[in-house]
Design a protein around this ligand. Structure first.
Ligand code: F6R
Length: 614
């Protein structure tokens, strides 16, 4: 899950690399490093454990030499702890090759044994590849040939970037189950784990196909397969605005991204409503005949994306009348699922690179199933592997904790449900139009919910010492409770659990003790009176056992007032849209509590944004 950037061209290579790493830091931030081939054809390396700021400090004290070829890396440690020695780039024994790597080389131990006499400076699998490449280059005398030969010997997952002292102005790169994109400039070219690596410099890009090798110089780009056969490439325009990947005056990316949710909703809906009904042009690739005959949907996703899937399930089952199962991607591959040709698989992934989800989608394809990807990242691996892609248009999400992507994923699934209901002829026009009206009204309502920040800030302040928080929800509120708990665990390092409110009496109520904070998502008394009264009873049950209740209710609901310690109000919405409003105070709560505890909101410990290992 490391971030990778490469540059060949006349600009300040170190600046380009550091700017790229700053945008890629969300992929990993255990350590960072850059290597530049200087004008005397020597490789200069600076690398440091810790966040990118440590490397910046090092570069201030010990400036790196300039040159027109460079690679940079931000690490999420797998083999070897996050130390200076283990940070990338790594060099070959004779210092003639610099190399960086994202992924895991599974046969590194065998390769290491084979490299008799080599003195390794790190514990990484990557250094083994650097040494191997150095030795192969010494034999073949040609970087591309040497690189091709060694890449074929590697097992596992990798994106590799390397350059050699003998061939200035050239970077070779390979990908196998790990992302790689090329940025096309004028007299300069770039490589990156994703377009964020170079979006500041060029919006023209090429997604490198699986199992390909790319070779870039300032004036040329060549892509081949591992055997050297040319692979056709397609240029695409990067839709992300570079400014969208900056904090824009907010104290953290997460705060900015929570506040961007109204636009995330509006942009995801835009262009998908025709004459008052939802039509998703991207689904044409599947054909209406196929959609009409779907008998089951399996949603594959991890973490927050899986919770978005759980919320979306209610919409698909209600509006399209197709049974839906949500399966964690990493579990799906290890069983023998009962499927047939009418089973549709929908994967959900913000990054489009999550290895567990990618492998689950590949497995679904092996089973002969059609696949739809709900994804936020243009030209990522998972949408490109799928039969159809519904892109969410949330814009770049940089904070590790997902917020606006969750919101856009839920909206995309609702759009999908409405499209499918229409195509299958099971959704009344009036219900469809009502749902569309609700979707169109959402951005304003989401904005009102975003404005709850101040109230939550105060709440988080008096709860800064809290050691455990519970979240309760019913129906669509249940996955939202799970998501609220996940946010808190991730960025405030607090024990948190979400429960279906009805499940409480089957065990978890034993956790309630004097002062235990419990967030309760209260359904609307107007549209869901029965569920509302059940949840109010749940509140009374926990309150009488000492819980401190924070109720999230719709404006005008007074029934909970006598039993809640704190009431957070959100605007009125139909039940299936409530999750999009209820989640916002919980996102703020996690952020504010993390801030109150003095933690790094955007880069929580042990995590990386894009989980490209299994
Ligand atoms: C939580 C979070 C993770 C991701 C999960 C899947 O805030 O961000 O749980 O949702 O790792 O990532 P994507 O959506 O990129 O597949």
């Amino acid at each position: 899950m490391c971030g990778i950037v490469g540059y060949v061209g006349p600009n300040s290579t170190s600046e380009v690399l550091i700017a790229g790493l700053a945008r890629l830091e969300y992929r990993g931030y255990d350590s960072a490093g850059i290597a530049i081939l200087d004008s005397e054809h020597e490789i200069d390396v600076r690398k440091r454990s810790g966040k990118l700021k440590e490397l910046r400090e090092l570069l201030k004290d010990s400036p790196i030499k300039q040159g027109n070829t460079g690679i940079g890396h931000t690490r999420w440690a797998t083999h070897g702890g996050p130390t200076d020695e283990n940070a990338h780039p790594h060099l070959s024994e004779d210092g003639s090759v610099a190399l960086i790597h994202n992924g895991i080389i599974e046969n590194f131990a065998e390769l290491r044994e084979e490299l008799a006499g080599a003195e390794f400076k790190s514990d990484t699998d990557t250094e083994v590849v650097a040494v191997l490449l150095g030795r192969e280059l010494a034999q073949t005398g040609d970087l591309e040939t040497a690189f091709r030969n060694i890449v074929k010997r590697l097992h596992g997952t990798f994106t590799l970037l390397a350059f050699a002292t003998a061939e200035p102005g050239k970077i070779v790169a390979a990908r196998h189950h790990s992302p790689l994109v090329i940025g096309l400039g004028e007299g300069e070219n770039f490589l990156g784990s994703d377009v964020a690596a170079f979006v500041e410099y060029t919006r023209r890009a090429i997604a490198v196909e699986e199992d390909s090798i790319a070779v870039i110089t300032p004036d040329s780009v060549q892509v081949t397969d591992f055997d050297g056969n040319t692979v056709a490439t397609e240029e695409f325009a990067v839709a992300w605005d570079p400014a969208a990947a900056d904090k824009g005056g907010w104290p953290s990316f997460m705060a900015k991204e929570i506040s961007e949710q109204p636009e995330a909703v509006a942009n995801t809906v835009r262009g998908r409503i025709k004459d008052g009904l939802v039509e998703i042009p991207e689904l044409a690739a599947l054909g209406d005949d196929y959609l009409q005959n779907i008998n089951r949907i399996i949603v594959l996703a991890c973490g927050t994306a899986a919770y978005a899937g759980q919320v979306g399930r209610y919409a698909i089952e209600k509006w399209a009348r197709v049974p839906v199962e949500i399966e964690l991607s990493h579990e799906f591959r290890y069983r023998d699922p009962i499927v047939d040709e009418n089973t549709l698989v929908i994967s959900i992934s913000q990054s489009g690179e999550t290895m567990d989800t990618f492998l689950a989608v590949s497995y679904a394809k092996e089973l002969g199933l059609k696949t739809v990807s709900v994804c936020n990242t243009q030209a990522a691996t998972i949408p490109r592997e799928s039969d159809a892609a519904i892109y969410t248009h949330a814009g770049p999400e940089v904070a590790v904790a997902s917020t606006k992507a969750f919101m856009a994923q839920v909206v995309a699934l609702q759009l999908f449900a409405l499209h499918l209901g229409r195509v299958r002829g099971v959704l009344a026009d009036s219900d469809h139009r009502r749902a569309v009206t609700q979707l169109e009204a959402l951005p304003d309502k989401v904005q009102q919910a975003v404005e709850s920040q101040e109230q939550i800030q105060q709440l988080a302040h008096w709860m800064a010492d809290t050691r455990s928080v519970l979240f309760l929800g019913r129906h669509v509120g249940f996955p939202v409770a799970l998501e609220g708990a996940l946010k808190l665990k991730e960025i405030a390092y607090i024990h948190a659990e979400g429960f279906a409110a009805g499940e409480l009496k089957h065990g978890p109520i034993a956790l309630i003790d004097h002062g235990q904070p419990v967030f309760v998502l209260v359904p609307s008394p107007r549209t869901s009176p029965t569920m509302h009264s059940k949840v109010v009873s749940n509140i009374q049950e926990i309150r009488s056992r000492g819980a401190r209740v924070i109720a999230i209710v719709e404006t005008g609901d007074t029934a909970v007032l006598p039993y809640a310690d704190e009431v957070i109000r959100v605007p009125l919405a139909d039940p299936l849209f409530e999750p999009l409003l209820h989640i916002i105070p919980m996102q703020w709560f996690a952020l504010e509590l993390s801030t109150a505890k003095g933690l790094d909101v955007d880069q929580p410990r042990n995590l990386a944004k894009s989980v490209t290992v299994e």
